[in-house]
Design a protein around this ligand. Structure first.
Ligand code: NDP
Length: 449
């Protein structure tokens, strides 16, 4: 599949993360393309890697000192064959077009796997909410939406949260959309419960990643009870991954943020997790404070000079990378294997570098790629859209049961597709192939648009 990768690299040479995502999917779907010549004849690969539309815009806003700041806003509307564009907004200084294109590309196949009618998109800004006051975040979100509102809508494009965009940001974004359009609609997901949000949406990505892990480990007649788990990140996905793991009787010993990680050999219990939630969601402090409060925990700062991340170098049975892309390199992957890890479920998007993925596959780990394992978030976003359309809200149990069913079905579909194309147990191939076939068949049905 080097031909399409060459096209992508020549066209946008600096977009490394996008090349990485395209390369992985195209490698997986080689046998599908060989068995179905119509896909190549219809230039499906070329059409898939080109976004339907990309919007880039200026976001000027005023900080608390009265200084004008200027950030860049993006929305990548990648593919709408299966439904309105759907995917989160990321606010982080590292955000650029290549990262958002990789996330939007992944989102297309992930959303197809959920069985819900959603296309794929992603957006965000290089704005850094860290260290900003609530008022500054509000002014930025309002400025961002004062342009984005023209391009989105409940039947067109429905953004949600991602890194740096949580309940607070979704609130400010929704407020400005509603004012400009004079409409109260389900244009964003992750909304507050009392103004159109869905129960279980905050929990969905983390819970879903654990449900997916439970399905994987059940194929080896085992379960998560009593398993020691490494979790990275300390944000939305990491918190609810930890919560569900504790509930299922597993022991979580690590959490991290961009300044380092904590190792708590005695395990994070519900009270300690409550502290993390307050620390990260309300006080917006650093994970080091966990080790300041609980003397049994050790904090290790990030050392960028190291060729590996020491978080992944502890004895454990399972790993749940839940921070960001490319946080596990080949050395980390080998350390995980050497330390007894048998299962990796990716809460984050593309957290493992390609060489690391190769090691997981060679070693026959139960390896759930983000596209499948973290699809719970967008699934409940889809359920939030359904509830908004019906103008009613389901109970916690109802949404949680639907989430479980969807994760089970994604697991089964991925397993079956992997088996059908000759790589049994390979969830990477399985997820890529199952998502791909669904999207491209819809594209063929809809003609050359
Ligand atoms: P949050 O902003 O809530 O948390 C992100 C966490 O990861 C924080 O602890 C943050 O540390 C850390 N982090 C972010 N960037 C870096 C970096 N460059 N280096 C080290 N640590 C970093 O985001 P989410 O929990 O929502 O998202 C985490 C991952 O899950 C992302 O890959 C996202 O795309 C993916 N995801 C999220 C979904 C959702 O529903 N929220 C759905 C599907 C996937 P710090 O606080 O220091 O920045």
């Amino acid at each position: 599949m080097s031909d399409i990768l060459d096209v992508v690299k020549n066209r946008d040479p600096q977009e490394n993360e996008f090349h990485q995502a395209v390369s992985e999917v195209m490698e997986s779907v080689k046998p599908v393309l060989e068995q179905n010549p119509i896909y190549r004849q219809s230039k499906i690969p070329q059409r898939l890697v080109e976004a339907e539309r990309i919007i880039i815009f200026r976001v000027p806003w005023m900080d608390d000192q009265g200084e004008i700041q200027v950030n860049r806003g993006f929305r990548v509307e990648m593919n709408s064959a299966l439904g309105p564009y759907k995917g989160g907004l990321r606010f982080h200084p590292s955000v650029n077009l290549g990262i958002l294109k990789f996330l939007a590309f992944e989102q297309v196949f992930k959303n197809a796997l959920t069985t819900l009618p959603m296309g794929g998109g992603k957006g965000g800004s290089d704005f850094d909410p860290k260290g900003k006051s609530d008022n500054e975040v509000m002014r930025f979100c309002h400025g961002f939406m004062s342009e984005l509102f023209r391009h989105i809508g409940p039947d067109t494009d429905v953004p949600a949260g991602d890194i740096g965009v949580g309940a607070r940001e979704i609130g400010y974004l929704f407020g400005m959309y509603k004012k400009l359009r004079n409409e109260f609609t389900g244009v964003l997901t992750g909304k507050g419960l009392n103004w159109g949000g869905s129960l279980i949406r905050p929990e969905a990505t983390g819970y879903g990643s654990v449900y997916f892990a439970a399905e994987m480990i059940a194929t080896r007649d085992d379960d998560l009870k009593g398993k020691t788990c490494l979790v990275s990140g300390a944000g939305n996905v990491a918190q609810f991954t930890t919560e569900k793991l504790i509930e299922l009787g597993a022991k979580v010993v690590t959490l991290s943020d961009s300044s380092g990680y904590i190792y708590d050999e005695s395990g994070i219990d519900p009270k300690k997790l409550e502290f993390v939630k307050m620390l990260k969601n309300v006080r917006r402090g650093r994970i080091k404070e966990y080790a300041d409060k609980y003397s049994e925990a050790v904090h290790t700062p990030v050392d960028p000079a190291l060729d590996h991340n020491p978080l992944w170098d502890h004895k454990a049975a399972c790993a749940f990378p839940s921070a960001t892309q490319n946080e596990i390199n080949a050395k980390d992957a080998q350390n995980l294997v050497n330390n007894g890890v048998v299962l990796v479920s990716e809460g984050a998007n593309m957290p493992t570098e390609p060489d690391g993925v190769d090691i997981f596959l060679q070693e026959k780990l139960l390896y759930g790629p983000g596209k499948a394992a973290n699809a719970g978030g967008v699934s409940v976003s889809g359920l939030e859209m359904t509830q908004n359309s019906m103008r009613l809200g389901w109970t916690r149990e109802e949404v949680d049961n639907r989430l479980k069913m969807i994760m089970k079905s994604i697991h089964q579909t991925s397993l079956e597709a992997a088996e059908q194309y000759g790589t049994p147990g390979n969830y990477v191939n399985g997820a890529n192939i199952a998502g791909f076939v669904k999207v491209v068949d819809a594209m063929l049905d809809q003609g050359l648009v």
